[in-house]
Design a protein around this ligand. Structure first.
Ligand SMILES: Cc1cc2nc3c(=O)[nH]c(=O)nc-3n(C[C@H](O)[C@H](O)[C@H](O)COP(=O)(O)OP(=O)(O)OC[C@H]3O[C@@H](n4cnc5c(N)ncnc54)[C@H](O)[C@@H]3O)c2cc1C
Length: 354
């Protein structure tokens, strides 16, 4: 009989569980139902009572390691907390979010409790045995993993399950005490780039990291066509920058790019100043998860489109009716001039706002 422990942690504020943690709770509930197994949720947070209400209706036993030492991510305290929760729950399966905080300590915790670990898990299901899947070779090969060894730790990639959204309720939390080693690391705070900044529509006001918005509903991809000669024989790079930034401003989309476009900076060709390789989508770039994607002025070649593996609704605007998108890579392709389409779209979005 399997017993499941879901490890969760609070966000930087300490006042709520992270979205990835709540997604892992959903995965734990699903797996427990399939296995008819007991479910325990182990919380790592400065104040577990403050965050436990969000998962009280999950119907699980709630364990927590709390205190000021667990407010900030730190290897020694997080590893000790997770180890203590594992020893208290004695699970055969441990599910945890593949967050920076838990990814750093999970392998060590598995080792300390004599367990096994697999990371970047995309799904877990129970048949005759428990099966987990993960992608290899830039999402081209999907592997199904089974293991007899227990406890089996599975780190779940974010964005795959719905975040648990049960009604907050009073929670009964069992506090687990932890013997901490001597702490050598003092966390002074977190310096992180601003997320979800929209700039003021001026190319120089927006930094790359402000254009990458993993939580956005829409991925907007700019391809090299934006800086190529247009039907009038001229390039229109600054107009392209205005149209792209105007769209980001109006839609709050995340900005991706083809490799060709971001490579142009190194080639001394006209570039869009807010784009770097961090925006690159594809085989040698990122594979983000957004509900929708709109590709513009991009040819849709395989090394680029493989980065769209997890985009559910794919659309493209291209001048070329023979581009990769039209050859089965997109759900909808508009054979049109992206300069004209985006100008009209921005106009309509602005009108809708006012
Ligand atoms: C090992 C390897 C790894 C790679 N990894 C990646 C990767 O991770 N990501 C990636 O993106 N690429 C990658 N590539 C490169 C990839 O194969 C393509 O070369 C690249 O994606 C092409 O970029 P593009 O479509 O923006 O540019 P182009 O091929 O130049 O296409 C531009 C498109 O814009 C269209 N266009 C021009 N003007 C307009 C307009 N006004 N309106 C509408 N459409 C217009 C043109 O018709 C054309 O189709 C890799 C290649 C290799 C060999």
């Amino acid at each position: 009989m399997e017993t499941i422990l879901v490890l969760v942690h609070a966000d930087d504020s300490g006042a709520a569980l992270t979205k990835a943690s709540l997604e892992t709770v959903t995965a734990g509930i699903d797996l427990a139902a399939q296995l008819v197994a007991s479910l325990t949720i182990g919380i790592v947070s400065a104040d577990a009572n403050a965050v436990a209400a969000a998962v009280a209706s999950a119907g699980a036993r709630l364990l927590a390691v709390s205190g000021h030492d667990f407010l900030q991510p730190r290897y020694s305290t997080d590893a000790a907390a997770c180890e203590a929760l594992c020893r208290a729950a004695n699970p055969s399966i441990v599910l945890a979010p593949q967050s920076a905080r838990f990814a750093r300590v999970a392998a060590a915790v598995a080792f300390r409790v004599g367990g096994f670990i697999d990371t970047h898990i995309a799904s877990v299901s129970a048949g005759p045995s428990i099966e987990a899947t993960r992608w290899f070779y830039r999402q081209r090969v999907e592997a199904t993993i089974t293991r007899d060894g227990r406890p089996w730790f599975l780190l779940l990639d974010p964005g795959i399950h719905n975040a648990f959204a049960g009604e907050p309720a009073p929670a009964s939390v069992e506090q687990i005490t932890v013997d901490l080693p001597q702490l050598r690391t003092t966390v002074l705070g977190i310096r992180a780039p601003k997320q979800n900044a929209h700039g003021n529509g001026d190319a120089s006001s927006l930094h790359t990291w402000e254009t990458i918005r993993p939580e956005a509903n829409l991925l907007f991809v700019a391809g090299a066509g934006w800086t190529k000669k247009q039907p009038d024989g001229q390039t229109h790079t600054s107009e392209a920058a205005d149209l792209i930034l105007g769209f980001l401003h109006a839609s709050s989309a995340s900005l991706g790019s083809s490799k060709s476009l971001v490579d142009q900076g190194g080639d001394g060709q006209p570039v869009l100043p807010f784009l770097t390789h961090m925006n690159q989508i594809g085989q040698t770039g990122a594979t983000p998860r957004h509900a929708k994607g709109l590709s513009t002025c991009c040819h849709g070649e395989e090394p680029h489109v493989v980065g769209w593996r997890f985009i559910a609704d794919r659309r493209a605007i291209s001048l070329d009716p023979n581009c990769g998108w039209t050859r089965g890579k997109a759900d909808v392709v508009y054979i049109a001039n992206a300069f004209e389409v985006m100008a009209e779209l921005n106009k309509q979005l602005e009108a809708a706002k006012t």
